[in-house]
Structure formats: structure tokens, C-alpha cells
Write a protein that binds this ligand. Structure first.
Ligand code: SF4
Length: 219
């Protein structure tokens, strides 16, 4: 079992809005890319208080998976901003997958260009089943499933990834699913909001007397 630390913003199960089936979602902490229009600005800071031992996170994943698991989605933040921890996480997920009857896939998001990831992070890419790279571009809205902007491809990286994700590469959807999670610290959404969705949500809450305080889509 790896002893690495990993900086994590949040984790959730089941996630159904970021990849096929019922998934574990892991949002890693830390991103220096500052894409204009980013709705996850709470994940930007590289703060030490978000670090936790990887075995603890793995144990939580294995506990959640008792209810079934189709995939793990890793997002952020920028997962590749902590490459050693990301590699250790992926190695641990592979080790677990080899030992269990669960045939879950691993999908990862990155705001880095695909060409850069290929040059710098080949050992990490070897452990992914699918990847959605490229920076979010607010001026290029899209209906492509699981994508934030039209420049972001869905790239299968393994046989399992090809089997699971090929049907979705060019699939467009009318309405984007957004899961709302309430925990003791915050209310947060899982999914890819469309242009103006969060502002509309904020306005509709205000009309009902609910005023949102610190929101992650404004710096
Ligand atoms: S959209 Fe993703 S990659 Fe871009 S600033 Fe936000 S968290 Fe970072």
C-alpha cells in the first residue's frame, strides 16, 4: 500500500454526472492554470491542510465500492499538478482492480494540453482508461457529454477505455445533469454546468430567500 500523501478537495460516491455508471469522484486540490470562467476556484489553492494519506483515501474508495462501482473519475483542480501523488493513486487503483471482481474504469480530467501530457506524463497516461484534456474555454460552449468546452476531446487510452467511452466521444446532450450534494461545510454541484446555469441557480435561490455566500465560480 503506498504511503504517499495526496491533496484532495472532495470525494463523493455515487457520481453519475461525470462518466458512465455509478462512480467514485475524486477532486484533487491545486491548480495554477486559472482558466477564465472556471467554476471550481475553490480547488485552486495549494494548501497543505487538504493533504491526506493515500491509504486512507483508498480505504474510503473500497468501502464505497461495496455498493457497486463502474468507474473512478479524477478531476480537480489540476490532477497533473501533483504527478507523484496521481501516479501513486493510479498504481493503487490498478492494484485494487486486479484483486477485485469490480471492473471499474479510470477517467481523468486535465486542463493541460494533450500534447504536453503526452510529452511529460506518459507513465501516468499508461494507467488511465480515458482522459479529457485541454483548458476550459468559456467562449466555446458545447453540448458534448462530460465536456466543459468544445476544444476538450474525450480520448480512450486502453482497451477498456475504448469499449466504454467510444460511444460517447461525439455524443451531444440537451440537458446537463448536475448532482447537488449538501455536506456540513458546503453545498456543491457535481457535473458540468452550462453557460449561465450557476447564475440562474443563484438567482432562483435568492428569489426563494436563500442567499449563496462564498461561491466557487467567482474569485
Ligand atoms: S477549469 Fe480546471 S484546469 Fe481550468 S482553472 Fe479551473 S480547475 Fe484549473
Amino acid at each position: 500500500m503506498p504511503s504517499a500523501m495526496i491533496a484532495l478537495n472532495k470525494a463523493h460516491y455515487p457520481v453519475t454526472a461525470l462518466g458512465p455508471g455509478r462512480r467514485i469522484g475524486l477532486w484533487l486540490q491545486g491548480c495554477a492554470l486559472a482558466c477564465p470562467g472556471c467554476v471550481s476556484q475553490d480547488t485552486w489553492a495549494f494548501t497543505a491542510d487538504r493533504r491526506l494519506p493515500l491509504p486512507l483515501l483508498l480505504a474510503w474508495c473500497q468501502d464505497m465500492a461495496q455498493n457497486g462501482l463502474d468507474g473512478v473519475t479524477i478531476s480537480g483542480g489540476e490532477p497533473f499538478a501533483q504527478p507523484a501523488a496521481l501516479l501513486a493513486l493510479l498504481q493503487a487503483l490498478h492494484h485494487w482492480r486486479a484483486e477485485t471482481v469490480l471492473n471499474f474504469d479510470i477517467l481523468c480530467y486535465s486542463g493541460l494540453p494533450w500534447s504536453h501530457l503526452q510529452q511529460e506524463f506518459a507513465p501516468i497516461l499508461d494507467l488511465l482508461d480515458a482522459l479529457i484534456p485541454e483548458p476550459f474555454q468559456t467562449h466555446r460552449p458545447t453540448r458534448l457529454i462530460w465536456r466543459g468546452s468544445a476544444n476538450q476531446p474525450l480520448i480512450p487510452l486502453s482497451a477498456l477505455g475504448e469499449e466504454r467511452y467510444a460511444p460517447y466521444r461525439h455524443l451531444e446532450i440537451e440537458r446537463r445533469p448536475l448532482q447537488i450534494v449538501v455536506d456540513p461545510e458546503r453545498v456543491w454541484g457535481i457535473g458540468i454546468p452550462g453557460p449561465g446555469d450557476l447564475e440562474r441557480l443563484e438567482q432562483q435561490c435568492a428569489e426563494r430567500g436563500v442567499h449563496l455566500g462564498d461561491v466557487s465560480w467567482r474569485g
